[in-house]
Design a binder for this molecule. Structure first.
Ligand code: GDP
Ligand code: MG
Ligand code: ZN
Length: 353
């Protein structure tokens, strides 16, 4: 299997030239479990560890390899784990604010082409959470698809109602509804999986992500929650997270994440809420916050019904959250080495506005 079949393209090739050292080779991270990694190249999938020098140079959690990363590794002729010496720049990424009080980035996965945002019909279905996932995908330059699972659990009427709610909330979102139990909708999903492209399943625990991957593979390659209890932690060492399907497309299963805090997600907000961003071009003030300024086109759109009040409120809530965390992050890293980098990205996003 060529590296290109694993998703390595011109974009990565160009950026690898300056980074790749003599004797090193390129591989893709297929699984991460605390300090241990699996990496895959043309020949095989092997265990890997961070080289001491690399580990020492890392000063932020987001700089550590995550699933989907392209890394430069050194393999010893005598065997043993491959040593990871550096990470190639990420073309796309999924990241969140570290859970809890820490204000830092945590990478979920990298170099993803399509993110399937999975929600189950019925009790898991939640539009606010959907908005949050869409912002996270947009921020990382990843094409989002909404997957509604467990359609067998609701009546056709309820399913239509749920789909209509999604369409009203995010008119631009692509959607597939399916059932792992009956198999309805699986073919539609299969048709979306492109060889050489990396797809990622994102969603709460229990919505059917692992079951779906097993259905696509046709065997139980991954443990579902029914087997592992919570579906998190227990079997992670034996569980490969990036899988290559028979057709040549790649799928990443992520463990369910309870907290999906936003940090540095301003651009993602503008993209995921492009309708609101569009209206804001007509606000009287260029820096209008759409809260109490006169001549606000966004609030006008809410008043005349062009923009849903719930969508607008969701936007304000997520914006407040990322702005709040951005401020603490800047505070925390003022004396930090990597602070310069954050400023650079912040400036870039300001220019884009
Ligand atoms: N009725 C129904 N149950 C499903 C479906 N997909 C998954 N399940 C069940 O939901 C539970 C959680 O599934 P799992 O794949 O582990 O969810 P994950 O945490 O998102 O990976 C398991 O008991 C599955 O058998 C579906 O389409 N319909
Ligand atoms: Mg799972
Ligand atoms: Zn405004």
């Amino acid at each position: 299997m060529e590296l290109s079949a694993l998703g390595f393209d011109d974009w990565h090739e160009q950026r690898s030239a300056a980074i790749l050292q003599p004797g090193h080779s390129i591989a893709r991270v297929t699984a991460v479990d605390r300090g241990a990694f699996l990496v895959r190249n043309q020949d095989a999938e092997t265990p890997a560890e961070l080289a001491g020098k690399f580990r020492f140079a890392v000063d932020a959690a987001g700089d550590l390899p995550c699933v989907g990363d392209w890394v430069c590794v050194l393999r010893h002729a005598s065997g043993g784990p491959a040593m990871i010496h550096s990470i190639l720049p990420r073309k796309t990424f999924l990241r969140r604010k570290s859970p809890g009080k820490t204000v830092d980035f945590q990478m979920i996965a990298a170099n993803i082409d399509v993110a399937f945002i999975v929600q189950a019909c019925g009790c898991d279905f939640n539009l606010a959470r959907l908005d949050r996932y869409l912002v996270i995908a947009s921020e990382g330059a990843i094409e989002p698809w909404i997957l509604l699972t467990k359609t067998d659990m609701v009546s056709p009427g309820e399913l239509d109602h749920t789909i209509a709610q999604v369409r009203r909330r995010c008119a631009f979102a692509n959607l597939v509804a399916l059932s792992n139990t009956t198999g309805v909708g699986l073919d539609k999903l299969r048709a979306l999986l492109v060889p050489g492209r990396t797809h990622c399943l994102l969603g709460s625990s229990g919505v059917g992500k692992t079951t779906l991957i097993n259905r696509l593979i046709g065997r139980d390659a991954l443990d579902t929650s029914a087997v592992s209890g919570t579906g998190e932690g227990v079997h992670t060492t034996s569980r490969r997270q990036l899988l290559v399907l028979d057709g040549g497309s790649m799928l990443i299963d992520t463990p369910g994440m309870r907290e999906l805090g936003l940090l540095g997600a301003g651009d993602g907000l503008d993209d995921a809420f492009s309708d609101i961003h569009g209206h804001s071009a007509n606000c009287r003030f260029a820096d209008c916050t759409h809260t109490d300024e006169p001549g606000c086109s966004v609030r006008l759109a809410v008043e005349n019904g062009t923009l849903g009040e719930d969508r607008f409120q969701s936007y304000l809530k997520l914006r407040k959250e990322t702005e709040f965390h951005d401020l603490s992050y800047v505070d925390k890293r003022k004396k930090d080495r990597s602070f310069g980098r954050f400023i650079k990205t912040a400036k870039k996003s300001m220019r884009k506005q």
